[in-house]
Design a protein around this ligand. Structure first.
Ligand code: 3H9
Length: 655
């Protein structure tokens, strides 16, 4: 087998090239190849400097995640990096694409670093439930200030090449031909002498004990039970309090210990589940239709978010509203979102202007006549949505795709309101639509393969994770949420209070509990739906009246300063309310329950069991293609903690 690492020597400078598609991960063959190349360089007196570069779209993007479940094979990455760092000649890392995890650790072990202007550099191990395992926490604080190292290692977010230069992570930015500039840099180092190995340098700073205490408090609170961010902080503390060799050993031990945890297994599973969500067989080899011009009907929170998402992805967007005043409000809303992205540095001034120039808000449907795709995001009511589809049928091109952003309604019924149901699909975005990664693609009975292929192409263009769902009440996510919300109300009837349920969910890793979420979103829409469905509800079905009783009192959540909690003086955080407790106790008594205390574990067991039961029904009915799609939906649309892998993973499902 040929090695994925090759070496060529030209005029005293060796170029070591790693070529291991798709992302040059440090598989066993790559590790062996780098080690062999360094040995060859060490043995060849004509070589005076080396450049380490990668073929294809990126520098080394990390260890090979697929190897993590298996016993590690020699040579181990720390030993390979030790060989690079102690090489006889200076080694310059030439970084393009992404230098991540073990890839950045490799660059840190080199004697100098030059990066392409568009490169990204990071240590994302915490997002896989790990800490860097090949010297990242020890070498990084010897190049950058501890505050910056801490952000990179405990947050896991990559930094841009520009930022990397600013903080001292790279020495130079290449503006032209990266490898030639790296070679020129290597030649300079032949003259000026080999820089000191990174691990032999003095740390940029050694913060005092109060720094670590304060950071640990903050990081642990943010991690909500995920172990790796706090472990990463401890590894950084070791790197400036222990001798270097001991810090490297301690880091490696931490990495190996974490690699075998359930959290790391869950995060690895999620990594692949997100990239491999199911696609319907009928769209293989089907060309998607064009996605240049998109229409959006309705400029409320969802419509404006969807419009912004498409503008940010380079599409031209026409939004329609019922009259000029509403169109102007929608325009302002979309402009506000784009402005927010610019202020947070996610959009350059030029890109912001460009996005605005591709947007218009109109007060009539005729403006949609040129659109390739139209997404309606009007009020969640079948009558209103049917009218919209009738209008779209009248004004849109015969080959335009018509999509509904409904979160519950029967998309088949909407499709049948059009002349050509094969062009209709559900596209269920999550709020805020320009940020949330999940896109449920709802397949109607008549949807043509090209319609579905285009929906998947849209997800890719918007950098969203597509999850295919069949038509049913609530599709995948809302249906499972409705099931566990019902279960939570039963737990209230049997003895718990909303604050107990919410605390149990937060302890498990959710950002918010179900009752705080309902108060934020508003209780009225779900109430209206329950009333609509009351006539068809089976008489023997268990039904909790608590939420209805709150709504009857006008307690619709934060917006009315009262819901499951009380919100005094516009407070964002609710307080337990004796009036709610009274209603719950009355309902328990009415139903004949002797209230009993629930532990957080018991509450979570009931919640998970109800999610899993509904998820199995969703699979049996063919609403979801596979269990991991359900996990992706619950993690990315409903706040299920990613480090727990989703309800199916928690039930023992492994891909
Ligand atoms: C680590 O390094 C530990 C060390 O500290 C210690 C070691 C001792 N391994 O995302 P994409 C596959 S931990 C295996 O669609 P993009 C991916 O599954 C690691 N496979 O492309 C997909 O396969 P397929 C730290 C990997 O352009 C294909 O590559 N590193 C790996 O949107 C394309 O991926 C990370 O966490 C991998 N490491 O984004 C980096 N990475 O085509 C993880 C990717 O069969 N990777 N694949 O579906 C990423 O963040 C993105 O993939 C990247 C490219 C930004 C690189």
């Amino acid at each position: 087998m040929t090695s994925p690492v090759s070496i060529s020597v030209d005029g005293g400078v060796a170029t070591v090239l790693i070529d291991n598609p798709p992302v040059n991960a440090t598989s066993q063959a790559v590790r062996q190849g780098i080690l062999d190349a360094i040995r060859e360089i060490d043995a060849n007196d004509t070589v005076q400097a080396a450049v380490l570069a990668c073929a294809g779209r990126t520098f080394v993007a990390g260890a090979d995640i697929r190897e993590f479940g298996k016993p590690p094979e020699e040579p181990h990455l720390p030993d390979v990096l030790q060989a690079v760092e102690t090489a006889r000649v200076p080694v310059v890392a030439a970084i393009h694409g992404s230098a991540l995890g073990g890839g950045l650790e490799l660059a840190l072990a080199c004697h100098a670093r030059i990066a392409d202007g568009k490169a990204k550099l990071g240590l994302p191990e915490v997002t896989l439930g790990l800490v860097p395992g090949a010297g990242g926490t020890v070498r990084l604080p010897r190049l950058v200030a501890m505050e910056n190292a801490m952000e990179m290692v405990t947050g896991g977010k990559p930094v841009s090449a520009g930022r990397a230069l600013e903080i001292g992570l790279v020495d130079r930015i290449s503006n032209n031909d990266l490898v030639s500039e790296a070679r020129a840099y290597a030649e300079e180092l032949i003259q000026s002498g080999k820089p000191e190995p990174t691990s032999a340098r003095t740390p940029r700073d050694r913060p005092d004990a109060s720094f670590w205490t304060e950071k640990e408090k903050r990081i642990a609170a943010k991690a909500r039970g995920q172990q790796s961010p706090v472990e990463a902080l401890h590894a950084l503390r070791d790197s400036v309090t222990l001798p270097v060799a001991d810090a490297l050993t301690a880091e490696r031990a931490r990495f190996l210990r974490l690699r075998d945890t359930e959290q790391a297994a869950a995060l690895r599973y999620m990594f692949f589940a997100e990239r491999n969500t199911g696609r319907p067989a009928e769209i293989e080899n089907v060309e998607p239709l064009g996605l240049g011009v998109a229409g959006v009907v309705g400029g409320g929170t969802m419509g404006a978010g969807i419009a912004a998402a498409m503008l940010l992805a380079g599409m031209t967007v026409v939004l329609t509203e019922r009259d000029a005043a509403a169109a102007e409000t929608a325009r302002e809303r979309v402009a506000g979102i784009l402005d927010g992205s610019r202020k947070r540095g996610l959009l350059s001034d030029a890109a912001w202007k460009d996005a605005l120039s591709r947007f218009s808000a109109q007060d009539n449907y005729n403006a949609l006549s040129a659109a390739d795709l139209v997404i309606e995001a009007v009020f969640e009511d079948m009558g209103v949505k049917r009218e919209v589809f009738t209008e779209l049928d009248r004004v849109c091109r015969a080959d335009a795709i018509l999509a509904s952003n409904t979160s519950y309604l029967d998309v088949n019924e909407l499709a049948n309101a059009t002349k050509d149901p094969s062009r209709v699909v559900g596209l269920h975005f999550f709020s805020p639509a320009h940020i949330m990664k999940l896109l449920e693609i709802v397949r109607t009975d008549a949807a043509a393969p090209a319609t579905l292929a285009t929906a998947f192409a849209l997800a890719k263009k918007l950098r969203k994770i597509p999850v295919l769902a069949g038509v049913c009440d609530g599709f995948i996510g809302n249906r499972i949420m409705a099931a566990y919300r019902r279960e939570c109300d039963f737990i209230l009837e049997e003895g718990a209070l909303p604050q107990d349920v919410d605390a149990a969910m937060r302890d498990y890793g959710f950002a918010m509990g179900i009752y705080a979420v309902q108060d934020m979103a508003g209780l009225d829409i779900a109430w209206a739906m329950r009333k609509r469905r009351a006539a068809t509800r089976p008489a023997d079905e268990r039904y909790s009246r608590i939420a209805d009783r709150l709504c009857e009192l006008g307690r619709f959540g934060r917006k009315t300063a009262a819901g499951w909690y009380a919100y005094a003086d516009g407070a964002k955080a609710g307080q337990p309310d004796p009036a709610v407790e009274k209603i719950i106790l009355e309902e328990s008594a009415r139903l004949g329950f002797t209230r009993k205390p629930f532990t957080a574990e018991e509450i979570m067991e009931r919640i998970l069991a109800s999610m899993q039961a509904e998820a199995r029904a969703v699979l049996d009915e063919g609403i979801a293609l596979k269990p991991s799609d359900i996990d992706v939906a619950m993690v990315h649309g409903y706040g299920f903690p990613r480090f727990r892998g989703g309800p199916m993973f928690a039930a023992g499902y492994r891909d």
